[in-house]
Design a binder for this molecule. Structure first.
Ligand code: G3P
Ligand code: MG
Length: 377
């Protein structure tokens, strides 16, 4: 029998609270909608209760992903209420108060199918985006075992941005930053290329910095010679897919690279910037998107200051390490309370004690919305 998804209409002003939904393990399992997901979002949409999707997933441009999700979940979604793992990287095109503008710099981007993430980075505004596959096609012997993948790389790579001679520093290619936008597909090649750049002379491909390993330098001498900055977009070690057990996520690749770096350098720290849930930057970015979207949804246009402040966000997630930990630890710059709600349809295994304690544990996303609305009277 079809389960009845119904809940009392909220009696109080719906504008004082909102929702943030994780995707994998909450709304979808791999690409199939989970029970109650469509009903939950449709209910909120019908009652004009603001929500955003806040996912550590990615690999496509936001416009492409929301079109797919709207169709799958039967509810209108837009880029205005959708934040993926790499969405906050948009801030690095023009630069922020703490990070240089990378718009015109040469960056390495890896992750996702083929060179989809290159195209996402270019749609964000990055002008010189190179993939590990581009480098492999230019220097096949940079990794000896990739001939088996050459068909794949042939169809998804581009020539390097200019003629390059890695034997001659002046004509080599300098990389200023390395981005992991989504889960890498070829961990071997990506590990090798990223390690090369981290050991290089100021990011010049094909060089090795004599400074590396110079124990008179801090961090026992490694990564001291102007190496490119390394950015990860998603720390998830595991995530929920169509397989019945959690699968390694981008955090698995990060752990692998860290292992290779530490083995190479005798234990030096791998300096990197990590965004994605549970990190503060992603919750701060998500809260900003949610507030902007809420003002528009509730008829205030861009007059956010005119609307009653958002008092509470219910964060509905399946992964204690990212969704629950992030919401619990997020110290909102706007003083908004983030309430974590853990559900049993994803990474978290029912009956076990979660590593980070949610406000409540319920069966699925509809039960999570029902519980949250009951908290709001
Ligand atoms: O790659 C996606 C996975 O890490 C988890 O995504 O939607 O559960 O944050 P999500
Ligand atoms: Mg999830």
């Amino acid at each position: 029998h079809a389960r009845q998804y119904s809940v009392a209409t909220p009696t109080r002003d719906a504008s004082s609270f909102a929702f943030a939904f994780d995707i994998d393990g909450v709304l979808l399992r791999s690409s199939a909608p989970l029970p109650g997901a469509a009903a939950a979002l449709t209910y909120l949409h019908k009652h004009n209760i603001p929500f955003i999707l806040l996912t550590n997933g990615g690999g496509k441009h936001e416009s492409e992903r929301v079109a797919e999700l709207s169709k799958k979940l039967g509810v209108p979604l837009s880029e205005e209420n959708f934040v993926q793992s790499h969405t906050p990287f948009k801030q690095l095109v023009e630069g922020t108060e703490t990070a240089e503008a990378l718009k015109d710099k040469t960056i390495l981007v890896t992750g996702g199918d083929g060179d989809k993430c290159r195209k996402v980075a270019e749609m964000y505004g990055f002008k010189n985006v190179v993939t590990p596959g581009d480098i492999l096609m230019h220097y096949p012997d940079i990794w000896p075992f990739n001939q088996i993948f050459s068909d794949y790389y042939k169809s998804t790579t581009r020539p390097l941005p200019r003629p390059v001679d890695i034997q001659n520093l002046q004509n080599s290619l300098k990389f200023d930053a390395i981005f992991v936008f989504n889960d890498p597909r070829d961990w071997a090649l990506d590990n090798q290329i990223i390690l090369d750049l981290l050991l290089s002379k100021q990011g010049y491909l094909g060089t090795y910095s004599e400074k590396n390993g110079d124990s008179t330098l801090p961090n026992n001498g490694w990564q001291q010679d102007g190496q490119p900055k390394l950015y990860f977009s998603n720390p998830d070690l595991f995530w929920a897919t169509s397989y019945h057990l959690p699968r390694l996520g981008q955090g698995g690749f990060q752990a692998c690279l860290q292992g290779v770096w530490e083995a190479t350098t005798g234990g030096a720290e791998l300096k990197r910037t990590i965004i994605g849930k549970p990190h503060y930057e992603t919750y701060k970015y998500g809260e900003r998107v949610l507030n902007k979207y809420r003002a528009q949804l509730l008829g205030f246009g861009d007059q956010e200051e005119a609307i009653t402040p958002l008092k509470r966000v219910f964060m509905i997630g399946d992964n204690p390490e990212s969704d629950i930990r992030g919401a619990n630890q997020f110290n909102s710059p706007r003083g908004t309370e983030w309430t974590s709600v853990l559900i049993k349809t994803g990474v978290y295994r029912a009956g076990t004690v979660p590593a980070y304690t949610p406000k409540v544990i319920v069966d699925d996303v509809f039960a999570a919305v029902k519980w949250s609305l009951e908290q709001e009277g």
